[in-house]
Design a protein around this ligand. Sequence first.
Ligand SMILES: C[S@@+](CC[C@H](N)C(=O)[O-])C[C@H]1O[C@@H](n2cnc3c(N)ncnc32)[C@H](O)[C@@H]1O
Length: 224
Amino acid sequence: MTDVMDWDSAYRGEGEFEGEPPWNIGEPQPELAALWRDGKFRSEVLDAGCGHAELSLALAADGYTVTGVDLSPTAVAAATAASAERGLSERTSFVAADITTLTGFDGRFATVVDSTLFHSLPVESRDAYLQSVHRAAAPGAGYFVLVFAKGAFPAEMEGGPNEVTELELREAVSRYWIIDDIRPALIHTNVPKLPGMPPPPLDMLDDRGRLRMQAFLLQAHKES
Ligand SMILES: C[S@@+](CC[C@H](N)C(=O)[O-])C[C@H]1O[C@@H](n2cnc3c(N)ncnc32)[C@H](O)[C@@H]1O
């Protein structure tokens, strides 16, 4: 099995990126923030692969009870510290664990959100991950995934995220979840600081100078 990267090194600033990893944009991904504002999320929420957990923290500030799970102890420590600083500790808990083997939360969450985790997993781990979050979801729970679309990165690039086609995403997720919608979407990331990387074309940038990258937004639910 090939891991996409050493996640804890990336959060410690010792990985391939100089400084912060590019997905740390200091706020929830805009596509997921829009779903939250549309009232699509219900408490309790599982933030799968939460990282620094800006989504969890925004939801907790809005009254949701949130559990964030991430493989990286460094990311979990940062999320826990940020939650304490913002006075949100009562409504958040962050757990360092492998989401593909998560146990102890059976039937608990009314919402499972995947903010760019799906493409961060080895392809061979997808099924175990989907089974695991399905087990942690309550009957009727919502499941929301923001994932890089095939072609988001140059074809010649070695390694990197496991982008998906719409069909691949549909086939994987529908083994466990009832899919309500899959539509084209955008993932916003900071421009990565990589040696020798040319500046990106201006039309790829949003109004804050971040990259806008091709993605899919999936909405699904668990049978009631
Ligand atoms: C691209 S980052 C996204 C982080 C965060 N959700 C966000 O939107 O900023 C992917 C995250 O998935 C986590 N991750 C990767 N494999 C995992 C696994 N097997 N179990 C739990 N978390 C995992 C990484 O540590 C990383 O924090």
